[in-house]
Every structure is written in C-alpha cells, then in structure tokens.
Ligand binder design. Structure first.
Ligand SMILES: [Fe+2]
Length: 294
C-alpha cells in the first residue's frame, strides 16, 4: 500500500487490512453526530477499500440508523419478523429471538439465519441492489462466525480479457426465493405479501456501479437462479464456476469479529459469506442497516 493512502485523510485514520479490500477506521465515534468533512472522508475510504471496520463502537440502534442515513435512504427488510420493533430500519441477523433468548440450533429462525453461509451480495434480488450495509456486532461468538468479503472488481479484472468479453452481455436472474431450491431445509415460511414484494429481477453479470464507474463480476450465487438464454443447469454451473474464481484468497478479506465492531461494506462491488459457528450454544446478535442503491 502506498504511503499516499495513509496521508489522504485529515480527520480519520485509515489502516488497510488486506491486499484486496478492507480497512480499519480510527478516530471517529459513531455514537456522536459526525461532521460533514469526516463523513466525506469515510465515504472516500468506503468506496476505495469497500469494507471498513470501526472497532469498539458500542452504539444504540438509533445511533446506527442515524450514522447509516448519512450515506443514503435505508431499506426496510422484507420479512417483518426480522425487523426491530423499535427501529424498522434495523434488520436483526441473529440466532437469538427479539428478546435475546438463544434459539435451539434446529429452530426455523436459526436455520434460516444460516443462509448467510452462502456467498451473496445483499439485496441483489432488488431492482437496484443495496449501496451498502452497516453491521454492528452486538454479541459475537468466541469461535467461528467470521465474515469473508470478496472484491468483485478485482475478481473481474483478474479474468483473462477474452473471458471478460465472453461474459459481457450476459444477464443474470436474481431471485429472493431461490433458496427454496438449493437450501430448502433452511428456508422458513413466508407470508405471500412478503414474497410478492420482491419478485425476481435481472442484472448484467458484468455490472457497472453508477457511483464509482467500476465494473464488477456481479455473481451473488445465493440469489442468482439463472442466466437469460442459457439452459438452467449450464447457467448455474457457470455461476458456480465464477463464484469459485471470485473467492480465491487474493480477492478476500476475512473479518474475525470482536464485540462492538461496526463493519460497513460497499455492496455492489463485493459479496460476502459467514462461516459456521456453534449455533445452538453460542450467541450471535448482529444488527444491520442497509443503504438503498442508486
Ligand atoms: Fe449478507
């Protein structure tokens, strides 16, 4: 990393965490109202490093919502049961219920939570995928449960030029309900209005992010159910092959959580997956806010 990366921030300290993506941000207190100049530097670092880690941020849900709103409107998660009763913008990602009780490992809610072990880009099932997400680790297990992030721009850039060209015009179908096919045992019952609120959408496989102009290999295999004009099996084989390519170590940042880490990622240029932990014994309570895509 060049020394320039260390010098271009006047109000925050940004320490790169891995070669491909990820940086630790120091010198900011997310519980406080943040000055515009600091927000501008955070935005600059967010778009450059794609994953920002703010350690030791013991913030309330209200403070998380306030911080996240500085970067855009917030999504409301489609499933009512997973929203906080007090702040609908807070999506609870947890193996504990809303009262904080640990759920048995075979509880439908706990099983459903394990869908996050599949590689995905948040909200790729929306017409415009989320711009970003802010995830606060309120309680984290002592072992396991790491989140792995991939830089999809580098994954695209790393492909041979001929391969890039061959993928250029492909359009992928992203379907929120696709989990019923590859992980039916993890899916939970949903209300018809919840399902109808997120019908399948289409995105280019090589997707250009409007804000940064960067091109990414937009695979999101947990939601990518097919490719227009290609028979289903071949399309899914291709998506799986491209996912395997993208998750090579040189494109990854692994985040091992400490309590009250706040991690903010630039969603359209990344995908992520959580590693396993002892679901029936260890508590993991994460609160997510999601920034609407542009
Ligand atoms: Fe996610």
């Amino acid at each position: 990393m060049s020394s320039l990366a260390w010098c271009s921030y006047k109000r925050i300290t940004v320490e790169p965490l891995a070669k491909a993506l990820g940086a630790r941000v120091l010198g900011v207190d997310l519980s406080q109202i943040i000055e515009q100049e600091v927000l501008d530097e955070i935005r600059m670092a967010w778009q450059k490093y794609l994953v920002l880690v703010f350690p030791e941020q013991d913030i309330t849900d209200g403070q998380q919502v306030r911080f996240s709103r500085q970067f855009g409107e917030l999504e409301i998660y489609p499933l009512g049961d997973n929203r906080s009763q007090h702040n609908p913008e807070i999506f609870r990602v947890s193996n504990c219920d809303a009262a904080g009780q640990l759920l048995p490992a075979d509880d439908p809610e706990s099983l459903w939570n394990n869908l996050t072990e599949y590689w995905h880009t948040d909200s790729s099932y929306r017409t415009v995928p989320a711009q970003g997400a802010v995830l606060h680790g309120r309680e984290v297990p002592p072992h396991g449960g790491d989140t792995l992030f991939v830089n999809l721009v580098e994954a695209f850039d790393g492909l041979p030029e001929k391969r890039q060209k061959s993928l250029e015009n492909l359009v992928v179908v992203h379907d929120w309900q696709y989990g019923t096919e590859y992980a039916d045992h993890l899916m939970k019952a949903m209300k018809s209005e919840e399902i109808e609120s997120v019908p399948p959408v289409r995105h280019p496989l090589i997707r250009t992010d409007r804000s940064t102009g960067k091109r990414a290999l937009f695979v999101s295999p947990a939601y990518a159910s097919g490719i227009d004009g290609i028979v289903v099996k071949e399309a899914r084989d291709l998506i799986a092959e491209l996912c395997e390519w993208a998750i090579q170590p040189q494109f990854i940042y692994r985040h091992s959580w400490s309590r009250h880490d706040v991690v903010m990622w630039y969603n359209p240029l990344t995908m992520h997956a959580r590693e396993a932990f002892d679901y029936g014994r260890e508590r993991r309570i994460m609160h997510r806010t999601t920034i609407v895509g542009t």
